[in-house]
Design a binder for this molecule. Structure first.
Ligand code: ADP
Ligand code: ZN
Length: 735
C-alpha cells in the first residue's frame, strides 16, 4: 500500500473562481506536461466542469489521497495569468478577507473567453423588411431600429440595444427580417503616443514632465492636485504617452459615470484612437475580446470602472486614478474593496507608478502626501483665461423662497434673479440637488402617517415621472393612493421637501422659456445615451440643467456660467465619518462646473446653516484649513487613516437570529492594547431589503494587523447558516 502522504501522481494546485478558502489539488495525467503557474485549465468540480488557474501561494485546501485525486482536463489555449496579477489577487483576498477564489472571479470576469471563441456571425436587417414593415409588432420594430443594414451585431447586442429579450430577436430572424452576416473582428488599434497634443502652459508643462518622468522608474505614487479646469486630463495623458512609448499597458480608472463621450473624445484627439473600455455597459462580445486582448497584451490602454483593476494585464506599467476622491471607487458588495487604494497596491506589486488625480483629493491621500509617502504635483490655475468662480452663500432664513400661488417654492428670490439674468444673456445655468425623484417623503396631513418601505427602514420617495412611490434602497414601488391608507382622509397626502423633479416643476413656472434637462440616475441612461445628452448640453441645446451628482464628474460645458446649489446642507447630518469631507468635495466639484472657459462663472449656495464649518470653508475658500481641521479631528478619534477601522454587518431574515448572532460576536469581541469594539447595535438602516441588520465596529491602532484580529474573532464564533456576516475593512458608508 502506498503511503497517503507519498503522492505518486503529479499534482498541481488549482484556484477556482468560487468562494472557497483555497486552491484544490488536481492530477496531471502522465501524457501531459505540467502546466505552469498561472495557466488557465479546465477541471472537474463535483458534477461540473470549471475553469480555474494553476495557483501558487494560496493555502492548499485538499488533503486528498492519490486515489481520489481528479485529473486536470484540457488546458485552455490562452497565455498564463502573470505572477503579478496572481499576487494581487492574493493580496486583495488577504486584505479584504474575501475568499481568494472570489477575488479571482473578478479577474476571470469574461467567462466565455475561457470557453472558446464565441459567436462569429451576427445579424443585419434583411431586404424583406420594407415589404413587411407595415405589420410589425412594436417589439419587432424596436429590433429593426436597433439593427443595422450593413454592420452585423450579435443577437445579444441587438436585444440589449432594443430592450427586448433575445427570443424576440430570434423571432424576427425566423420571420426573415434579419439575416446572418459574419461579424467583423473586434480590433483594438494601438494609440499613438507621439501625435501632437495641446500646447501646455508652463505650469502644466512642468506637471506633465514630472508625471512622465516617473514612468519606467519603479513604483511611486504621485498626486495630481489641480483645481477644476486646470487641465489635469491633458497633463496625465503625457504619463500615458510615456508608458506607451515604453511598450507597456496603461489603465485609467474613472468613476463609472465619468466614462462619458467627452473623456473618450479627448483621448482620441490626443492618441488618434479610442481606448478599450471596461464598464457595465460594454457588450458581452466586446468584453470577451477586451479581456483576451488585455491578457495577450494587444490592448494597450484600458479606460475602465473599478473592476478594470482586476483584468489580466500582460504588461501593466501605469495606473491613473481620475477623480481619486470619488466614493464610487468603493465596491460595497461581494468583495468589498476600495479601488483607489488597491490601485496603489497593484502598482507596488507590479513595480510601476500610480497617478491619483483630483481637484479635491481625499483626506487619506492628503495625509499620505503630508507624510511623504506620495509625491504631489499641483496645478494652481485654471487653463487659459478661465478663473475659478467665487462661491456665495444665500442665507435662506433671510431670503426665503416665495411660493408661486399654491406651488411650494424652494428657490430663493436671489437665485431666481441671478438665473433670469444668466438666461437673458444666453448662458446656461445649473441647479444642483443631490436627490432623485419629486419629494423624499409623503405624509398624511390628517393623521401624520408616513409612507415607509415594508422591507427597509426608509421612507418611500415620490417619483412623479414614474407615478410611483419608490424605495431607494430596494426598489420597492407602489402607486400613490388617492387617500391616506391609515385614516382614509382624502386629499390629505402632502409631498415633503424637494427632489430634482420638483425643482424642475418650479423652474418651468419661473423660467417658462428655458429649455430644461433633468439629469439624474433615474434616466437609466447607457454610456452612449449619457454621452449624447452631455453633447446636447455642451452644444447649447439646453438652457437650464437640473441634476444630481451624476453631473459632478468632469463634465465640461463652456457656456455654463451659473451654478445654484439648492440645498447645501443636505448630507451634512448623519453619523458618517466622511460626511463633511464628502459634502465638501461634492459641492466644490459642482462649483467647478461654472465658468470653465472665457466667461466668468458664479456659484450660489442655498443654506439654512451658513455658520456650519463646511459651508463656511467653501464660501471663504479655506480649503486647506477645513481639511486640516477634519484631519485633526480624525486623528483625535483615532479614525482612519490614523487608526484602522472595520465594520461587521450581521444580517438575517429573522430579527432574533440577527440579534443573537450579533450578541455572540459581541461577547467574543477581541480585546488588547489598541483594540476597541463598538456595538453591537442596530445598524442605521436596521432593516434593508427584508433583512434585519446589526453592526459592530472594530477600531484599532495603526500598528495592529486588523485582518488578523478579524480572522481570530470570527473564527471563534460559529453562526447558523441563516445569518450572514459581512466584513468591511475601511468602511466608507455607515448605513
Ligand atoms: P480638469 O480635469 O483639471 O478639470 P481638464 O483636463 O478637463 O481639467 O481641462 C479643462 C479644459 O481645458 C478642457 O476642455 C481641456 O481640453 C482644456 N485644456 C486644458 N489644458 C489645455 C491646453 N494646454 N491647451 C488647450 N486646451 C486645454
Ligand atoms: Zn426598500
Amino acid at each position: 500500500m502506498p503511503d497517503n502522504n507519498q503522492s505518486l501522481k503529479r499534482r498541481v494546485p488549482v484556484l477556482l473562481p468560487l468562494p472557497l478558502s483555497g486552491a484544490y489539488d488536481y492530477a496531471v495525467p502522465q501524457n501531459r506536461d505540467i502546466p505552469p503557474f498561472g495557466a488557465f485549465v479546465k477541471v472537474p468540480f463535483g458534477a461540473r466542469v470549471l475553469s480555474g488557474v494553476v495557483w501558487d501561494g494560496a493555502k492548499n485546501e485538499s488533503e486528498i489521497d492519490d486515489k481520489k485525486l481528479k485529473n486536470i482536463l484540457s488546458p485552455i489555449p490562452l497565455p498564463p495569468l502573470k505572477a503579478e496579477n496572481r499576487r494581487f489577487v492574493d493580496w486583495v483576498s488577504g486584505y479584504t478577507l474575501a475568499a481568494p477564489g472570489a477575488v479571482l472571479k473578478m479577474a476571470m470576469s469574461a467567462d466565455d473567453a475561457l470557453d472558446g471563441v464565441g459567436e462569429t456571425t451576427g445579424l443585419v436587417r434583411s431586404g424583406a423588411v420594407a415589404a413587411s414593415s407595415f405589420r410589425l409588432t412594436p417589439a419587432r420594430k424596436k429590433v429593426l431600429d436597433a439593427a443595422s443594414d450593413s454592420i452585423p451585431l450579435t443577437r445579444a447586442d441587438i436585444a440589449r440595444i432594443a430592450g427586448v429579450s433575445p427570443a424576440v430577436v430570434k423571432g424576427a430572424e425566423d420571420a426573415g427580417l434579419l439575416s446572418k452576416k459574419p461579424l467583423a473582428p473586434v480590433v483594438f488599434p494601438v494609440p499613438d503616443p507621439d501625435r501632437v497634443g495641446v500646447s501646455f502652459s508652463p505650469e502644466q508643462d512642468k506637471a506633465a514632465r514630472a508625471l512622465a518622468d516617473a514612468v519606467g522608474k519603479g513604483f511611486s505614487v504621485t498626486v495630481l492636485n489641480g483645481v477644476t479646469g486646470s487641465g489635469k486630463t491633458e497633463v496625465y495623458f503625457e504619463a500615458v504617452a510615456q508608458a506607451l512609448r515604453q511598450g507597456g499597458q496603461v489603465l485609467v480608472l474613472l468613476p463609472e459615470i465619468g466614462l462619458t463621450g467627452q473623456w473618450l473624445d479627448r483621448f482620441e484627439k490626443r492618441f488618434g484612437v479610442r481606448p478599450a473600455e471596461w464598464h457595465s455597459d460594454v457588450s458581452k462580445r466586446v468584453r470577451r475580446e477586451t479581456w483576451k486582448g488585455v491578457l495577450s497584451g494587444s490592448v494597450k490602454v484600458v479606460a475602465g470602472a473599478r473592476s478594470a483593476l482586476f483584468l489580466p494585464y500582460a504588461d501593466l506599467r501605469l495606473i491613473v486614478v481620475d477623480e481619486e476622491h470619488d466614493s464610487s471607487y468603493k465596491q460595497e458588495d461581494g468583495v468589498i474593496y476600495q479601488a483607489r487604494d488597491m490601485a496603489v497596491v497593484r502598482g507596488k506589486i507590479g513595480g510601476f507608478p500610480v497617478v491619483l488625480s483630483s481637484a479635491t483629493p481625499s483626506l487619506e491621500t492628503r495625509i499620505n502626501v503630508r507624510r511623504g509617502r506620495y509625491r504631489e504635483v499641483v496645478l494652481e490655475n485654471r487653463f487659459g483665461s478661465a478663473v475659478l468662480p467665487r462661491i456665495e452663500l444665500i442665507d435662506m432664513r433671510r431670503f426665503p423662497p416665495e411660493n408661486i400661488g399654491e406651488t411650494r417654492s424652494f428657490l430663493s428670490p436671489v437665485l431666481v434673479r441671478k438665473t433670469e439674468e444668466t438666461l437673458a444673456r444666453g448662458e446656461q445655468a445649473l441647479f444642483f440637488l443631490n436627490r432623485r425623484g419629486y419629494a423624499p417623503l409623503v405624509l398624511c396631513r390628517k393623521c401624520g402617517y408616513r409612507f415607509q418601505c415594508p422591507h427597509c427602514s426608509a421612507w418611500l420617495v415620490e417619483h412623479r415621472c414614474a407615478d410611483r412611490l419608490i424605495c431607494h434602497h430596494c426598489g420597492h414601488a407602489v402607486a400613490k393612493p388617492p387617500a391616506c391608507p391609515v385614516c382614509g382622509a382624502e386629499d390629505a397626502l402632502v409631498s415633503c421637501g424637494p427632489g430634482v423633479e420638483r425643482i424642475s416643476e418650479e423652474a418651468a413656472l419661473r423660467f417658462p422659456a428655458a429649455r430644461q434637462a433633468v439629469v439624474s440616475g433615474d434616466l437609466n441612461a447607457t454610456a452612449s445615451e449619457m454621452a449624447a445628452l452631455t453633447a446636447k448640453i455642451r452644444d447649447g441645446g439646453v438652457d437650464l440643467i437640473i441634476g444630481t451628482q451624476i453631473l459632478t464628474k468632469g463634465h465640461h460645458f463652456p457656456n455654463l456660467t451659473l451654478v445654484g446649489i439648492v440645498d447645501a446642507d443636505l448630507g451634512l447630518e448623519g453619523g458618517d465619518l466622511r460626511a463633511g469631507e464628502r459634502t465638501y468635495q461634492m459641492l466644490e466639484q459642482v462649483a467647478g462646473r461654472a465658468g470653465r472657459e472665457t466667461k466668468k462663472g458664479e456659484v450660489f449656495m442655498q443654506t439654512y446653516d451658513p455658520d456650519n464649518r463646511v459651508i463656511r470653508a467653501l464660501a471663504d475658500g479655506e480649503k486647506d484649513a477645513f481639511l486640516d481641521a477634519e484631519a485633526d479631528s480624525r486623528e483625535l478619534l483615532n479614525m482612519p487613516p490614523f487608526g484602522r477601522l472595520a465594520a461587521l454587518i450581521v444580517s438575517a431574515a429573522k430579527e432574533d437570529a440577527a440579534r443573537a448572532a450579533a450578541t455572540a460576536l459581541g461577547r467574543a469581541a477581541p480585546s488588547g492594547e489598541g483594540i476597541r469594539v463598538l456595538g453591537p447595535a442596530p445598524a442605521p438602516i436596521a432593516l434593508l431589503r427584508g433583512k434585519f441588520r446589526f453592526r459592530l465596529l472594530l477600531q484599532t491602532a495603526r500598528s495592529v494587523a486588523i485582518q488578523d484580529v478579524l480572522r481570530f474573532w470570527t473564527s471563534r464564533v460559529s453562526l447558523p447558516p441563516s445569518v450572514r456576516v459581512q466584513i468591511d475593512v475601511d468602511p466608507y458608508s455607515f448605513f
